[in-house]
Design a protein around this ligand. Structure first.
Ligand SMILES: Nc1ncnc2c1ncn2[C@@H]1O[C@H](COP(=O)(O)OP(=O)(O)O)[C@@H](O)[C@H]1O
Ligand SMILES: [Mg+2]
Length: 362
């Protein structure tokens, strides 16, 4: 379970620190850095598993992952640290910390004797080299980052049949949903999943995974409609089903990173979905498989629900122009603001601001 994220010099982050609870909703304006935070975790995971965090960056070229400045010295490197609690064996909970970073340097032949210096961002990629710190190897770090699952569920992908061999954790786009449900067939976890789904999607009665000509498929049994094959289900139903499947999967505990939770969910049911998700959160080392959820949202329902039930689990991300007094560096950075009744102005969101946010959105 991720407990803390520190980012310095990656994308929109400079000296950014966020303590992460077991359930966290990130809200805030467009381009405030919500997805960048997930990208930073993706970088760490890719580095630890050896798949090359900078080269496999989903958005932008390697050089573009370094914090860009409007004025002043470019940022020559970045560091991302993640602290987590892990339970390598039942009952034993240990803290673990990853420190991963990268430096950008000019590609100068060693024989030239030139001093390698940091460079401006506008240099062509061919001239740049990226030195990535050797992350700690080892089974526990690798297992830990492999338990971080970022979901961008695609209804189209979830409608498809798939091979029974794809019964691992739910894929990022949900394309092996039928196989995961097949693996869960007959389990208590599947019954819980159906109960949660019925709380969000009206008239759901049951889920029926099946094998059809060696392929995994499933039907949703709907009151008054009978068995509806996956291909006919609505986008919203499939998104909620995919998310709940990842959340209930008994064989793959972990941290779910979910973008725009409200996508495809009726606003009246979104609060119920959040309550049901929260109900499934479990810390490592307990009787239940550990389950953490970090989600992003633009929905006032998420703000209202979070503010009402657990203000500590609601963080507003915003941007601010930062002027570095020493280096004369000027850039726009992501800032995290918790909800607090008072404190240093500009570093928190007050209950009055929350009310105004909700009124503006109503
Ligand atoms: N290397 C970078 N340096 C500074 N800002 C960046 C960098 N890469 C992306 N950004 C900024 O991050 C913003 C996108 O953030 P993102 O996390 O996708 O937003 P959202 O909160 O909507 O998910 C863009 O405005 C972009 O300018
Ligand atoms: Mg985003």
């Amino acid at each position: 379970m991720i407990t803390r994220i520190e980012i310095d010099g990656f994308k929109s982050f400079l000296n950014f620190v966020l303590d992460v609870p077991p359930f966290l909703a990130l809200v805030g304006p467009n381009a405030s850095g919500k997805s960048n935070l997930f990208d930073a975790l993706g970088f760490v995971a890719d580095e630890i598993t050896g798949s090359g965090g900078l080269l496999s960056a989903g958005r932008g070229l390697p050089a573009e992952q370094f914090h860009r400045v409007a004025r002043g010295a470019p940022v020559p490197g970045f560091a991302v640290s993640v602290e987590a609690l892990v339970a390598p064996e039942p009952g034993a909970v240990l803290p673990i910390r990853f420190d991963v970073g990268a430096e950008m340097v000019l590609r100068i032949p060693r024989s030239s004797g030139a001093v390698v210096s940091h460079v401006a961002h506008h240099l062509p990629e061919e001239l740049l080299e990226f030195i990535v710190e050797d992350p700690e190897p080892g089974v526990t770090p690798r297992r830990t980052v492999q338990s971080w699952h970022r979901y961008a569920l695609s209804p189209q992908a979830m409608r498809c049949r798939c091979s029974p061999a794809e019964r691992g954790p739910l894929a990022a786009d949900g394309r092996n949903l039928a196989a995961v449900l097949g693996r869960m067939a007959g389990s208590a976890a599947l019954a819980d999943l159906v109960a949660d789904l019925a709380g969000v999607v009206p008239d759901v009665v049951a889920l029926a995974p099946r094998l059809d000509r060696e392929e995994c498929a499933f039907d949703l049994v709907v009151d008054g409609q009978g068995s509806v094959p996956s291909a006919l289900l609505s986008d919203g139903t499939l998104r909620v089903l995919g998310l709940l499947t990842a959340l209930h999967d008994p064989d793959h505990p972990g941290t779910l990173l979910v973008e725009e939770i409200e996508n495809g969910v009726h606003p009246r049911r979104l609060g119920e979905l959040l309550r049901r998700i929260r109900h499934r959160i479990a810390e490592p080392g307990g009787d239940r498989p550990f389950r953490q959820v970090i989600l992003t949202s633009h929905s006032p329902v998420v703000v209202a629900e979070g503010y009402r039930t657990d203000p500590d689990a609601l963080i507003f991300l915003d941007t601010a122009v930062r002027v570095d007094p020493d280096g004369d560096r000027v850039s726009r950075v992501t800032v995290a603001k918790p909800i607090q009744p008072d404190g240093e102005p500009g570093t928190f969101v007050s209950p009055r601001q929350v009310r105004r946010y909700l009124e503006a959105a109503a």
